[in-house]
Design a protein. Sequence first.
Length: 49
Amino acid sequence: MKKILKKYSGAILLYSVIIIGVFALNARFKYLNEIDMKGENSQLVAISE
């Protein structure tokens, strides 16, 4: 088990960082999308000539 961890520790670290990054981006875009949905309902548009 120690040999496997020692041999593949770089790959495990890389993939775990990628997976955590994907989850973080997913949560961020979900949050931004939620804000955007709330903003659409209360947006005022002024048109002048």
